[in-house]
Design a protein around this ligand. Sequence first.
Ligand SMILES: Cc1ncc(COP(=O)(O)O)c(C=O)c1O
Length: 453
Amino acid sequence: MPRNRALDAGKGHTLVRIESFQLERWMTKYEVKVKWDIAESGIYPMSTREILDLLPPQDREQELGRLLDLRLGYSEACGSEELRGLIAATYENTSAAEILVTTGAIEANFLLFNELLSAGDRVVIVDPAYQQLHSVARAIGCDVALWTARHDDGFRFDLDDLRALATPGTRMIVINTPHNPTGAMLSEQQLREIYALAESLGAWVLSDEAYRWLDLPGNAALAAPMRNLGPRAISIGTFSKPFGLPGLRTGWIAAPADVIQRCWGLRDYISLSPGKLNDALATLAFRHRNRVVERTREIVAENVSFAEQWFAENVDLASWTPPRGGLLALMKYELEMPSLELANHLAEEYSVMLAPGAAFGYEGCLRIGIGSAPHIFAEGLRQTARCLRDLASAGVPMRSVALAGAAHRRVRLQTPAGSLGDPAGVCRRLHRGRGPPDGATRQHPHQVPSVLF
Ligand SMILES: Cc1ncc(COP(=O)(O)O)c(C=O)c1O
């Protein structure tokens, strides 16, 4: 796969020139090989049988028959009326005409960026972020300002930082709550303030709510969706995370009808319509949303409780800020070793997948997903502890020792292609209060190496 892909219109005009999606490329390398994938950003997926089992027993046969007999023609281009109606009902004052069913949240974001932004537009985007949110805006040629998470008592986004960045002329503010990769959350009040700021600037707010309905035990309830707040507000959603159905490749945009029409127009050239069977299965799952989300919560509660115990037992090796919502968090490890090198070593030698923090610009961290099947999650963490202890025994220095000035030994394992090398050379520490947990390092976003593997 070429590193920088250009989809050429054929007449010398480049439609899209975009940097490689680093985390996706890295995950693709290992996700079908490892036994314990605890890097995933979603929940342990549901099967078709489990979707059917949501129905009362007497209705299952009939529904199965309906699915088997469904003629697999083209689907309604915007998504079926029923699915759009169900989704619309979860927002205030929103009709089916204000919903576009898309190929995952990824297509929803792509359409919105391309329809609402032009080269030179100023866009303020949360940082770190799901890479798409930065890369597509940059590919369009926008003036991208990063609203970087602070780290004091956990990760959080500071509204004063946003106000300083959202200068007059700002065209869009892009948020993601609950947040990938830190698990931070914006409150209802913060969403209101963000919306008021956007409205005063005549800007859009694109709220990536891929982790909607994923509030975590012991934490504040999730804020109502951004879409409810007014005509400049756009929410996106997906079946991938809260429903555990990423294989349906089904997401949506909730936006004013004219924005939906524009996105639909662009979508005619990309995926045209949702898959017919996917739409039918998504509709079925959505009708039983409360039970599906309950299943998700049970998995997450079990994993969070195991993780808390694991971090307590391995306090010398690793720590985390437990996520406030969603399915992701950053694990800070104490070895002085680049995150890509450690993630590769974990995958190759211990069959565990934890995503390198470097993919988000954070060194000294691995991203952990709390949505995998509990037995996989538990064994993945056990193997991770084994790996970290083995490396420490083999002489890889611990960060506390290294930071104290002793044993600044360069770590070299089986060097993977594209290794980030000595972290001190590519990272810079940000001032306290903004950026990564103490002891972890934040790379300047533009210093994130363009090659992860
Ligand atoms: C914040 C965020 N937005 C969007 C997506 C895309 O999700 P999908 O296309 O599977 O719906 C992801 C996937 O990880 C994500 O984390």
